[in-house]
Design a protein around this ligand. Sequence first.
Ligand code: PAF
Length: 281
Amino acid sequence: MLIFKTIPEIRDFVKREKSGGKTVGFVPTMGYLHQGHLSLVEKAREECGTVVVSIFVNPLQFGPREDFSQYPRDFARDSAMLGDCGVDALFHPTGEEMYNGHHNTFVEVAGVTDCLCGKSRPGHFRGVATVVTKLFNIVQPDRAYFGQKDAQQVLVIRKMARDLDMPLAVVTVPTAREPDGLAMSSRNVYLTPDQREKAPVLYKSLRAAAEAVSAGERDVNKLVGMVKQVINNTEGAVMDYVEIRSLPDLDEKEWLDLPSLMALAVRFGKTRLIDNIVLGE
Ligand code: PAF
């Protein structure tokens, strides 16, 4: 696997691959990789001749009181994992290479960023949309891979790619889960053993709502109330939000349209976990 730190180097590499007729698949990440990231790489490997992964902890998508400086990093472990998965090139730029100290241009996706994590983390999706636009411009992939765990992020990126006529396909890969249902996340390492034991309650409560929908429940308030009750009865769990929103526009509804997204964010101490389920899938 080749490792590039600069924009001209990764651009030259991709240009050579494309001139040899290869389809380029791209998996952007912030590193500290787990099976969820590897499932994106595997999908890209299946569908593309060349696979590029980026590792860049993007300061723009963290709020001033969020965990940018503590975000877990282990480049040696990550690059060994990616090499073993048959990745062709790893792009690992510095903050200076990406933002150059003089960055004044931002990508703002309106509407779908107003609710859910967009509401709890102001500026987060502006940071995501800006860095993903830059990475797409740098790598120029044919296909880009994102996890369903970050459902709102995928909707934002799809909308952005369509609105700005970006010539690539945005591919969504199902959420990778631990055997007890907890969605895999780089932030799971922050959990204490007790919090880790309780954290599967996110997915359990979503599954209970999905079962109620299968049994015919369509009242959005009732479904949201069910999940809130389960989370609020879990010691140490603090609800940030739980909502049901339409797909793909994330509109609010009182009566459930199928399919719809049910998404939640819950804090255990300082650790904020997210998860979601598509109701009526
Ligand atoms: O999902 C992530 O890891 C990040 O938000 C992304 C897409 C790599 C942008 O920094």
